[in-house]
Design a binder for this molecule. Structure first.
Ligand code: GLU
Length: 369
């Protein structure tokens, strides 16, 4: 096998084969492939969706009159059924599975990150197949449901967490197309994407697949994982043997190769916790200093602060054109940076009455993107 440490993300539409319930035959084909990979010496962690779909189906069958049920409730009902199905299918191959429910919040806390990392490592060492899902009862916010309750980005965090070399996001579409295949039948599949830039993002924004994750969330996941040094493949999992083919390096779907060296784990952690609630915009001089010389980001170079974040959070640093340059742990909260931006560092104490350091982001806490 080309890859040895694999995170396989299975989307709802794959696990239900497009129906309204878990499709044991489809799941069993995936199980067969995971078992084969493990026999070849690969470690495999599964990120499995399907809890909500399973819960919705169960409830409709047993309590058909119930209405107004939340997605969290569906997920809670379906999660045990989902795990029971995985457990039975793997048991036929004498393979032990383990359930790991995570939230993104758990991983954005350094201790939570380390604990989850240790647990997953133990489970892999013990020879089990960990099966991860988002802990929807805690994580899913009714209002923000589509933003945080999705497993594509979770699978990328998990891939970084276990130092995977491959993240295979398996769904029911073949990959990323040059145009939407549903509306333009001749649309061409893009086999390889070296860099996820604005042009690639605009291709994805129109193409929403089923489940909560369309191509936008898959690209986001690909960005997070490749930044951590993990190769990513987005492909259809319906074809028999697709996962094994991808793991052995065959070209299937859309491949996102990770650039250069694997990042050390602290940097992976920074990337995996990037705040979605705000970012920094820097002027040209600071952009050049960051890009060319690996310097710290000083208040003088900050042109604008967008959104709200706390001291200690990982935030993105972008140039005036919106290109992402870097991400790093900020020494100051957004409100503080608003007051000191554009100033020389020796004026920080005069303005705030205190200082946490000369830098907004110290270079040791900075990762280039
Ligand atoms: N956690 C959800 C479920 O198990 C899936 C979210 C997703 O598909 O991205 O149903």
């Amino acid at each position: 096998m080309r890859y040895r440490r694999i995170v396989a993300k299975f989307g709802t539409s794959l696990l239900t084969a497009g129906s309204d319930r878990l499709d044991l035959e489809a799941m069993s084909r995936l199980v067969g492939q995971v078992v084969r990979l493990r026999r070849e010496g690969c470690a495999v962690v599964i990120v499995s969706s399907g809890a909500q779909a399973a819960g919705r189906h169960r409830l409709a069958r047993h309590l058909p009159a119930r209405t107004g049920i939340s997605r969290q409730a569906f997920a809670s009902i379906g999660q045990s059924h989902l795990m029971q199905s995985w457990d039975e299918l793997f048991d036929w191959h004498d393979t032990v599975v383990a359930q790991v429910l995570l939230t993104r919040r758990d991983l954005s806390d350094r201790l939570g990150y380390l604990n989850a990392r240790n647990t997953l490592r133990d489970l892999i060492e013990a020879g089990t197949v960990p099966i991860v899902n988002e802990n929807d009862a805690v994580a899913l916010d009714q209002v923000l449901a589509t933003r945080i309750g999705e497993n594509d980005s979770l699978s990328a965090y998990v891939a970084n967490l276990i130092d995977a070399d491959l993240l295979a996001i398996l769904t029911d579409v073949e990959g990323l197309y040059e145009s939407d295949p549903r509306t333009s039948p001749g649309a061409k599949l893009i086999p390889r994407i070296e860099r996820i830039d604005a042009a690639v993002e605009s291709l994805a924004s129109g193409a929403h697949g089923p489940g909560t994750g369309g191509m936008v969330t898959k690209l986001n996941a690909a960005r997070i994982a490749t930044q951590g040094g993990v190769d990513v493949v987005v492909a259809s999992g319906r074809a028999p043997g697709a996962l094994v083919a991808i793991a052995s390096g065959q070209e299937l779907g859309t491949h996102f190769p990770a650039p250069g060296d694997r990042l050390e784990s602290r940097k992976r952690w920074i990337i995996s916790t990037i705040s979605r609630t705000g970012h920094l915009v820097v002027d040209e001089g600071a952009a050049a200093a960051l890009r060319g010389k690996g310097r710290s980001l000083l208040p003088a170079g900050v042109a604008a602060v967008t959104g709200v974040f706390d001291r200690g959070e990982a935030v993105e640093v972008r140039d005036a054109g919106g290109e992402r340059i870097a991400a790093g742990l900020t020494n100051y909260a957004s409100g503080e940076i608003e007051r000191i931006r554009g100033l020389r560092s020796d004026r920080i104490t005069g303005v705030l009455g205190y200082a946490y350091g000369d830098e907004v982001i110290h270079r040791d806490n900075l990762v280039m993107l």
